[in-house]
Design a protein around this ligand. Structure first.
Ligand code: IMP
Length: 436
């Protein structure tokens, strides 16, 4: 198959291991572009035993020759980005305007967004979303509000920016003081700091959409790197317990500035079980010893916040929905693990039940916190699998489990990850041979 552009999206509630898949595929691409989310994302990549945790910079930064793009759909936090850029440079990774470009139209996460995010969550008690407190929601809210928004290009026009910020901060101070009794923020201090960020990054700030559209015309390969996971999509996820951007492949045209037909070949990433951080329904959750065992074995603690993740079984119902939403061509199955004394079987949820009625298809209006899961049990394999390098190296129980996932999702499992290192990656029914 002639694969041109590639998209990598998460099919669960984030933390599916997209970083590793982007890293594996990005090598052969000219551009790696982020189109959604912001510093709420945490993409981990393991390069020869060295771990990199990236939040805002696309994972292609670790490949020489790849141009990394932060698209207009990203909520861009310059403070986090600068720390990340400096951290990468200190570790010998080149980061400059030849390999990192930032959209002038990306919305800027400002200090008051982070404050708003955490104060609002604190005040909501049980009704909180469980956000990452990175200011993502308030930043996108200002994007929709327009008059109180700041875009990255604004930081390169200091006088206009300073004057606009004065008005915004005055407005935010009134709001935050009235709602949360917060101390006022100093607009001049923030302006100084953010103008300095604009100066440091000025060579990288440009119209990234036109660069990507030209690349599409020239047939240069682009990889679109999704953030979060489909079930956290603002429109199609488990609303209101979602993030604030369009994270499925449907978000690419708007968030990167390319035509829909350029989304290309879509790889949907899913773990061999499920996890979720923050509040919200999670039908296959195992809030018990099994969940603890999965967390322990999968090292399920947040890359961005360090929070322990909620863990549970593979949910084929939600996954089929997510895969359809993004038009997934093949699945990358990650964190395939082996069983232990607590985990004797791996369970797959194949349908839900509500008031005695069987439900085979996910419907976003379902009261997910009330559905019961219908499970299939698959014998767990106890043989360690981390050293497997081809499908045939896997124990027969693991192969049967993967065959069943393919059947249930109606798509090939193309890539299988058996551990963090780059080479702990198996190609199975993949159209991406030659890419990885
Ligand atoms: P926010 O994006 O920080 O507003 O958080 C909204 C919800 O999305 C919370 O449940 C977060 O835990 C979750 N979330 C946001 N980004 C990620 C991610 O990259 N991985 C996993 N969960 C995320």
């Amino acid at each position: 198959m002639d694969v041109k552009n590639v998209t990598v999206v998460g099919l669960q509630w984030g933390d599916e291991g997209k970083g590793k898949v982007v890293d594996a595929l990005g090598r052969t691409c000219r551009y790696v572009a982020r189109y959604c989310g912001g510093a709420n994302a945490g993409h981990s990549v393991n390069v020869r035993g060295e771990k990199f945790a990236l939040h805002l910079i696309p994972c292609g930064i670790l490949h020489p020759g790849v141009v990394n793009i932060v698209g207009n759909g990203v909520a861009f936090d310059p403070a986090v980005a600068w720390e990340e850029i400096e951290g990468l440079r200190q570790r010998g990774v080149k980061v400059d305007e030849t390999n990192l470009l930032l959209s002038a139209s990306a919305h800027v996460v400002m200090p008051y967004h982070k404050l708003q995010d955490s104060l609002s969550e604190q005040s909501l008690g049980q009704a909180k979303i469980g956000t990452t407190a990175r200011g993502i929601g308030p930043c996108y809210a200002d994007k929709a509000c327009r008059s109180t928004a700041i875009r990255l290009g604004d930081l390169t026009r200091p006088d206009e920016f300073r004057a606009h910020l004065r008005i915004i901060v005055e407005n935010k101070n009134r709001l935050l003081s009235a709602l949360h009794n917060a101390a006022p923020l100093d607009s001049e201090k923030i302006a100084d700091e953010y103008i300095e960020f604009g100066r440091r990054m000025s060579k990288m700030i440009c119209d990234t959409g036109s660069i990507l559209r030209k690349a599409c015309k020239a047939g240069e390969r682009i990889l679109f790197e999704g953030g979060q996971g489909s079930m956290l999509d603002v429109d199609h996820g488990t609303y209101p317990y979602v993030t604030s951007s369009s994270v499925t492949a449907c978000g690419i045209p708007a968030g990167a500035g390319v035509a829909p037909k350029n989304v290309g070949y879509v790889v949907g990433v899913a773990k061999s079980y499920a996890s979720r951080v923050g509040s919200g329904p999670f039908p296959t959750e195992q809030d018990n010893e099994i969940g603890n065992a999965i967390r322990r074995r999968g090292k399920e603690f947040g890359t961005t916040t360090g929070r322990p993740r909620r863990c549970g079984w593979f949910d084929a119902v939600a996954l089929r929905y997510a895969a359809d939403m993004s038009g997934v061509d093949e699945i990358a199955l990650t964190v395939l693990m082996d069983g232990d004394d607590t985990i004797e079987t791996f369970r797959i949820c194949t349908a839900y039940e509500l008031d005695g009625r069987r439900i085979d298809e996910y419907d976003p209006s379902l009261p997910l916190d009330k559905v019961k899961c219908v499970y299939e049990d698959w014998p767990a394999w106890k043989t360690p699998i981390a050293s497997a390098r081809k499908f045939e190296d896997l124990p027969s129980e693991a192969r049967a489990y993967i065959d069943r996932i393919e059947q249930l999702l109606g798509r090939p499992v193309g890539v299988i990850s058996v551990g963090p290192p780059r080479d702990a990656t198996l190609l199975h029914h993949s159209a991406l041979k030659g890419f990885i």
